[in-house]
Ligand binder design. Structure first.
Ligand SMILES: [Zn+2]
Length: 157
C-alpha cells in the first residue's frame, strides 16, 4: 500500500501504533495501517481512510527527524549523538559502539520503534558511515557488509 507521497509503506501492528499515538486516536486504529519511511513526507502512519503525521505521533521518528538529538535505538534510547561520542572515545567497530552505548540490545523494537522494525540496520549503516569517513586513507580496512538477517526482532510480515 502506498502513502500519499507515493512511497510504498510497510504494515505496522496495532501495538506499535498504540504506543506512539495518544489514546485519543486509539478508536481510529481498527484497520490496517502502514508506515511511510520517506524522510521528506510528514505522514508517519496511513490507512485507506486515515493518516497520522509527525505532529500526531508522540515519538520522534528516525526516518523523518531533522534536528538533534536523533534517535537511533529506541529501546535503549541511544541517539546519533551518543554514537558519535562513543566513536570520539575510541570505538572503532559496530560491536564496540554496541558495547559502549548499549545500542541495539533492547529487543523490543516492535513496540518502542515507531517504524515497528528493528533499529539495527539503521544504526549499523550510520556507524559504518562515520567510521569510514574517519578512516585515514593509508589505513583503510575492508568493511564487512552487515547482513539484514541479524535483525534483533524482525516482526512477522
Ligand atoms: Zn509518505
Amino acid at each position: 500500500m502506498k502513502c500519499i507521497c507515493g512511497t510504498k509503506g510497510w504494515k505496522v501492528k496495532k501495538i506499535t501504533l498504540g504506543n506512539h499515538l495518544n489514546p485519543e486516536y486509539w478508536h481510529l486504529l481498527n484497520e490496517d495501517f502502514h508506515f511511510c519511511p520517506n524522510p521528506d513526507c510528514d505522514v508517519v502512519y496511513f490507512s485507506q481512510k486515515v493518516s497520522f503525521t509527525v505532529k500526531e505521533v508522540k515519538t520522534k521518528v528516525f526516518f523523518k527527524e531533522k534536528g538533534s538529538p536523533k534517535p537511533l535505538c529506541y529501546c535503549k534510547q541511544v541517539t546519533e549523538e551518543d554514537v558519535i561520542e562513543a566513536i570520539n572515545k575510541g570505538a572503532r567497530s559496530v560491536e564496540e559502539v554496541e558495547k559502549m552505548t548499549g545500542i541495539g540490545n533492547g529487543g523490543h523494537c516492535l513496540i518502542t520503534n515507531p517504524s515497528g522494525r528493528c533499529c539495527k540496520p539503521n544504526y549499523t549503516k550510520f556507524i559504518n558511515e562515520i567510521l569510514e569517513a574517519r578512516t585515514e586513507p593509508e589505513n583503510i580496512q575492508a568493511v564487512t557488509p552487515e547482513t539484514p538477517s541479524e535483525d534483533c526482532c524482525t516482526p512477522e510480515k
